[in-house]
Every structure is written in C-alpha cells, then in structure tokens.
Design a protein around this ligand. Structure first.
Ligand code: AHR
Length: 507
C-alpha cells in the first residue's frame, strides 16, 4: 500500500466538544485521599512539611494546578464508579468530625466521608471545573436523589437548600447541571444490578421527578458499551427523558484488545450507539439531539491495576499511543460524543501519580495535554488514510471481520479559525507500527485557497523503547519534543510515535 493522508476541511464533522477532556474522581485507592486531599485525615493526618503544597482549603495544589492550568479539564465526574452504588451523600455533609464512617462495599475498606458534596464543589470551583454527579441507583432511593439535587441546586426556602446555605455560609447554589442515572447498573459487580427493562422503568420514574424538581438539569442515562442489548433497550425506553447516554470501555482489559488497536473497538461502539440513539429518537419523535457521554475510558490492565493496589498502573509509550488513538476516536466522532471522562483523574489508572510531595506525569498524560491544547473546540474534519494494515491479532477479532483490518496509521484533524481570521489546521497521527516509520504525502483539499504555510510546528511523542515509562527519578523519560520544520506537504511518522502537526496559514 502506498501511504497517503488526505484532509478535507470542506467536510466538517462537528465541533470538538471541550467536554471530551473531562475527568473522573472516585473514592477508590489514592484518588481522593492522596490525590485531591493529601491523605485521609481520620486515618493518617498527614500535613506536608511545605504548607505551600496545599490550598487554603487543604486540597493538593499540584494536582489541582495541573488539571486546571495544563490539561484545562472542563468537567469531572464524581463520586463513582462502582463506589456510588452504595454511597449515602447525606453522610458526607456537615461538620467533618460528626460524619459517619462506613464500610465501603465496592472496593473494600472504610470511607470516612471527609470529602463530600461541599468539598467536591469547593474543589471544582477552585479548579474551574464543572461538576458531574452520578446518582446512587443501587442502595439509594428516588427520595435521596431528589434531596441531593435540592441540596445542590435549590434556591427556595426549603429544608435541603437551607441546609446547604448553612453548611457553606453562602447563598449561592452549587448549580450542578449534569447528573448521571446510576453507574454500570448492568454489571453483576454492581450493588443493585438490574435488568435493562427494570432499569428503564426505574430510570424513567426518576427522570420524570428530577425534571419536575429542576428542568434545567441534563440527565445522562446508564449505558453499557454502546452496542449491547442493554443499550438498545435502555435507549428505546428512555430516549425522551435523557440528554445523553453513557458508554464505558477500557482498552488493555481482560479479553479486550491488549494492543494500541484497542480504541478501534470504541469507535465501532460509538457508531452503533449513534444509530441506536437515532432509531430510538425516530420511534419516540425526539427532535432534540441526544449525545454520547463516554464517561469512563482509558487504558487499564486489570492484572496490574488491581483493587489490592488501588488500581495503580504505570504506563508505557505503547499505552500513550493507545491514549492518542482514543482521542483521535473522540475527535473523529465529534458530531455525537459530547463528553469523555478519562478514568481516572489522579492515582487510579491515571495520567497523574502523586507521592506525598511530588507529582508524576505518566506517558498517557502527553496525548491528553496536546489534544486539549490544540484540538479543543476546533472543527473536526474528515480525514482519509491509506497505510499498511495491522495483520496481528486484535480482540475482539470480529471487529476486524466487520470493519476490515485496522490501519497502522491512525489520524484525526481539526480546523481552528483564529480571531484575526487566520486558519490553523491540526493533524494528529499515531503510527502504530512497532518497527516501521512511514513517510506519507499529506494533501489538504483547498490547500491553495486557505492553507499556505512555509513551515509546520511539530509535537512528537517518541522513545526508542516502546515499553519505556516515566517513573520517580526518571519523570521525563517519555515526553513531547516540539520543533519547527519546513512544510513540504509530506511527513515521516516514526515507528511507534504520536505526532501532532500544527499548520498555520499565512496571515
Ligand atoms: O474506574 C474503575 C471502575 O471501572 C469504576 O468504578 C467502574 O464504573 C468501572 O467498572
């Protein structure tokens, strides 16, 4: 195959939603206690020797600053995950020394409830992050859910709204717009597992009441992997009551693909899910768009990141290439994917790892950083790639049977028009070959009209060893290199690399 890469700025797909750079915090391992707070003060009242490591409110400054100032994370999902399905939000408000300590059923251990709704909102405000709260549809009742929403958003003279004012010493509501109707209710590990039919009936009742209480809320229905029986039944029954449908998928997990080709399965899920959404909208005559919230995704080898070690995993360059392919998928599917939450934001299968005094950016951090910086709110445009095909084994194999063998080169592109009318094209390319560099012409339709540039800004993630990792003491072993080069309308993508090309037209 003669490689080629064609970009079609005249074929827009949609705006790259800023929410595809969202995160996820769960009460699991060292995510909250160790990542957001320095520790759990009830079991290990640790105060760093340098108080400057903490904000006035007692949050870790380093984590907050990276999420806010480097990754510009727009939204965070909380408090779970599996954790939410037995979480009683009422245990997490009011004076901290009176909060109830509870057995934690999803991951084991105990929960001190030192980080509850008000702390989450305070942290979100500091981090300039929009909160996205998942409701407990396991042990929780509809009453609990309504009280939680009233506590967060109520502006009247009602009990829970008044308690929020008292607890926070301010009148302003928390204004939580995005709420999720349960987490993975389909899974046998979930507390309160339901059949698709039973969930749909219950979720319709909850959605009806929630929208009576606060019609401005955006509700995300609980999906599976987007293309399962569950997804079809839930969408058919719920599409007129929700604003989005969630999907969860991890690559490198169990029987799923353990290679950088894993995200191709996610793209297939999105394509099928979009069809299921539109089929359900058609049947129920729903005019408003319903989007996908891919509210858990990432690279998770469950033999490495286990409940025993709090799901800690150190990532290789290969994992970072998978992360870049994940983000390419979300950019290419910009017309339907509104939200994507990397699982998780700190310490738990995460791009960021903390020590008591330090912060480590893992390999998988770098694609997130580059996409967030260069692709956010651009217009995703069609890309056509010809390259050698991957002939090795992918799981599930049937995806290749249906879609054809995956391309070694994986690409997405977005166009930005700057304030002074200049035109900037960003092309993200993952070379997934372990051994071969690939040189390809890059043709941009209407190049002569819009895109005349003499040089190109290049951001490249590469290391000679595809298994290289960042680690304490070797924090920058794998990181991006930025350079400028002459633009000859072709490029060589090194073996096992991720490259982001920025082409700015002359002003
Ligand atoms: O992110 C870890 C876990 O993965 C979440 O708790 C759960 O929702 C998913 O199965």
């Amino acid at each position: 195959v003669k490689p080629s890469l064609d970009v079609f700025p005249t074929a827009p797909i949609g705006t790259v939603s800023p929410y595809i750079f969202s995160g996820f915090l769960e009460h699991l391992g060292r995510c909250i206690y160790g990542g957001i707070l320095p520790s759990d003060p009830t079991t290990f009242p640790y105060t760093p020797r340098r108080p400057s490591l903490l904000t006035e409110e007692g949050f870790r400054k380093d984590v907050l600053e990276v999420l806010r100032d480097e990754l510009s994370v727009p939204m965070v999902r909380w408090p779970g995950g599996n954790y939410v399905s037995s979480y009683n939000w009422k245990d997490g408000i009011g004076p901290k020394d009176q909060r109830k300590r509870r057995p934690e059923l999803a991951w084991g251990g105990e929960e001190s409830n030192q980080f509850g709704t008000d702390e989450f909102i305070a942290w979100c405000r500091l981090a300039r992050i929009e909160p996205y709260i998942i409701l407990n549809m396991g042990t929780g009742t509809l009453d609990d859910a309504l009280h939680w929403i009233e506590y967060c958003n109520g502006t009247g003279d009602t009990y829970w709204a008044s308690l929020r004012r008292k607890n926070n010493g301010r009148d302003e509501p928390h204004n939580v717009k995005y709420w999720g109707l349960g987490n993975e209710v389909w899974g046998e590990w979930q507390i309160g597992q339901e059949t698709a039919e039973a969930y749909t009936t219950k979720a319709r009742q909850w959605a009806h009441a929630i929208k009576l209480l606060d019609p401005t809320i955006k509700l995300i229905g609980c999906g599976e992997t987007g293309l399962n029986h569950w997804d079809g039944v839930v969408l058919d029954g719920l599409v007129d009551k929700i604003d989005g449908h969630s999907i969860h998928l991890y690559t490198n997990f169990g029987q799923r693909d353990r290679t950088v080709y894993g995200p191709d399965a996610a793209e297939y899920s999105i394509e099928i899910c979009k069809a299921l959404i539109n089929k359900a909208r058609y049947a129920r005559k729903v005019a408003k768009p319903i989007t996908i919230a891919f509210d858990e995704y990432g690279v998770w080898d469950e033999t490495v990141g286990t409940p025993q070690n709090g799901l800690q995993q150190f990532y290789t360059l290969a994992d970072a290439l998978a992360m870049a392919s994940w983000l390419n998928v979300f950019v290419r599917q910009a017309d339907i994917v509104e939200i994507a939450c990397v699982a998780q934001s700190v310490n738990v299968i995460s791009p960021l790892v903390t020590s008591p005094t330090g912060l480590l950016r893992q390999t998988v951090y770098w694609p997130l950083y580059l996409f967030s910086r260069y692709m956010r709110e651009g217009t995703s445009v069609r890309v056509s790639v010809e390259s050698p095909k991957f002939t090795g084994e992918t799981l599930p194999a049937w995806i290749s049977d249906i879609k054809g063998r995956p391309s070694v080169l994986d690409a997405a592109a977005a166009v930005h028009i700057t304030e002074n009318g200049a035109y900037s094209l960003r092309i993200a390319v993952v070379n997934r070959s372990e051994t071969e560099s690939i040189r390809t012409p890059i043709r941009v339709a209407y190049q002569n009209t819009h895109l005349e540039c003499a040089d190109v800004e290049v951001h490249e993630l590469w290391h000679a060893d595809v298994k290289a990792k960042n680690y304490w003491g070797r924090e920058n072993e794998v990181s991006i290199k930025t350079s400028r080069a002459r633009w000859d309308r072709e490029w060589t993508f090194r073996e096992h690399s991720f490259t982001l090309l920025v082409l700015d037209s002359k002003r």
